[in-house]
Design a protein around this ligand. Structure first.
Ligand code: MG
Length: 167
């Protein structure tokens, strides 16, 4: 059996008036994440975790923020691109564990929504996705509400049930 682990991380600045989108879920808040795309740190970290697991570089290699094509992009596009590569190599997701670092708003009430949305994007049962939320203890860039960050780890396995994959 071929099993791979991948790690992803992302940080985005907070900006007043931007929509706050975490794991594809829009969360009511005064500030959102600035960025060339929609700033969804959860999907960016997950995309990097998957790309890492299959040895395919990082999100910036595939979707450079100098490319006008990705301006304001829905980050689902990036995740779908990474998943297509993953599937092309014959892998499927076993599980994903995700930490969102945010001082505000309190993400407790949104964790299940984010989990269910991310699970549906990954095509797995929600019990295979875990969302943790941490504050910045009011210190550092997270605690001062200058930014949010996300870490994601994924485990993949080669799907031996279907076609022959040697990629
Ligand atoms: Mg990003």
């Amino acid at each position: 059996m071929d099993i791979r682990v991948g790690l992803g991380h992302d940080t985005h600045r907070l900006e007043e008036g931007r929509p706050l989108i975490l794991g594809g879920v829009t969360i009511t808040h005064s500030h959102g994440l600035a960025g060339h795309s929609d700033g969804d740190i959860v999907l960016h970290a997950l995309t990097d975790a998957i790309l890492g697991a299959i040895g395919a570089g990082d999100i910036g290699d595939l979707y450079p923020d100098t490319d006008a094509l990705w301006k304001g992009a829905n980050s689902r596009l990036f995740l779908d691109g990474a998943m297509a590569r993953m599937q092309g190599q014959g892998f499927e997701v076993i599980n994903a564990d995700i930490i969102i670092h945010a001082q505000n708003p309190k993400l407790g009430p949104s964790k299940d929504l984010i989990k269910n949305q991310v699970a549906s994007f990954l095509g797995v049962d929600p019990q295979r996705v875990n969302i943790k939320a941490k504050t910045g203890e009011k210190v550092g860039h997270i605690g001062r509400m200058e930014a949010m960050a996300c870490q994601a780890v994924v485990l993949l396995q080669k799907d031996f049930g279907g076609r022959d994959h040697d990629a």
